[in-house]
Design a protein around this ligand. Structure first.
Ligand code: C2E
Ligand code: MG
Ligand code: MG
Ligand code: MG
Length: 275
């Protein structure tokens, strides 16, 4: 039988697929070089203690300005890294660079600061606590100086494996936050069993907290559940005063979002803290 001629829709689809694959392969090649040439950077977003109004720590966020594509979303960069076996190297770079930066800030007198880094799924398949310990000691930092953020889906992929790893990290005094809480697949019983000290409520629950009573009730209850489980709670994506006020009244421990500050370039962090 003769094959049907492709429709114009099909041609467009194929074209887009090709473009997507080309972009990925290009990014993969360039990411290898960028890692070697130290072209990646981290931005640091303050996490505000809502009760004391002080900044205790920063979240490190990956930044890469690609020579052709410009600023890339860290989510795309991580996806490419995972797909092409670069996630481990990239994750180690983020951990190393965060420790180097932290020790620099501490040496300048900001000695109670800490940093929290995001961990991608494949980091579980290696010796994460060893990597963190090495980076800490190389930079003269005490245990407990670095925290990590994992997502529900990361931990759901292999609950047993992840739990073992997380337990080991806690023994090493690495604090663990469950990121984007509420968007993943984990259940409350999973949450109860998990070794995490901090719950980060995803910004999709926060963004309409002012206008939507259902959202605010939900958030109020998530905070209460977190506290019942002995966890600290962070609200992500706070963009207005009113939301911050509601969250503070709900006894939410920490807040993060554009209202407090956008992620900062490294050189802007100490001026921010001194302002
Ligand atoms: P995340 O860990 O949930 O990080 C918070 C994201 O929300 C950041 O986006 C931050 O810029 C953004 N954000 C903060 N406040 C607000 C706000 O008020 N409004 C809005 N609309 N957005 C806000 P970013 O930097 O684009 O990072 C996106 C995601 O990429 C992160 O989400 C994290 O999952 C991942 N990621 C970033 N850096 C790394 C990294 O070094 N390693 C890994 N594995 N993942 C990373
Ligand atoms: Mg995070
Ligand atoms: Mg998050
Ligand atoms: Mg999020």
């Amino acid at each position: 039988a003769k094959e049907a001629a492709p429709t114009s829709k099909q041609v467009l689809f194929d074209f887009q697929m090709d473009a997507e694959i080309n972009r990925r392969q290009q990014l993969q090649r360039d990411l290898r070089t960028a890692l070697e040439d130290n072209e990646l950077t981290l931005a640091y977003q303050p996490i505000l203690n809502l009760q004391s109004q002080s900044v205790d720590y920063f979240e490190a966020l990956l930044r890469w300005k690609h020579p052709i594509y410009g600023n890339l979303s860290p989510l795309e960069v991580i996806e490419v890294a995972e797909q092409y076996g670069l996630a481990h190297q990239l994750g180690c770079w983020v951990i190393d660079e965060s420790c180097r930066q932290l020790s620099e800030w501490r040496a300048k007198g900001f000695d109670s600061l800490s940093i929290s880094v995001n961990i991608s799924p494949s980091m579980y398949r290696m010796d994460l606590s060893g990597t963190i310990n090495d980076a800490l000691s190389k930079n003269g930092l005490a245990k407990g100086s670095l925290g990590i953020e994992v997502t529900e889906d990361t931990t759901m992929q292999s609950i047993k494996e992840a739990d073992k790893m997380l337990g080991k990290l806690i023994e090493e005094d690495v604090s663990i936050a469950l990121d984007d809480f509420g968007t993943g697949l984990s259940s409350l019983s999973h949450l109860q069993q998990m070794h995490v000290q901090t719950l980060k409520i995803d910004r999709s629950f926060i963004h309409d907290i002012v206008s939507n009573p259902t959202s605010s009730a939900l958030v109020n209850n998530i905070i209460a559940i977190g506290h019942d489980l002995g966890m600290k709670v962070v609200a992500e994506g706070i963009e207005c005063e009113e939301a911050a006020k509601i969250l503070t009244n709900y006894f939410c421990d920490y807040g993060q979002g554009y209202l407090i500050s956008k992620p900062l370039a490294p050189k802007d962090v100490l001026p921010y803290l001194s302002a």
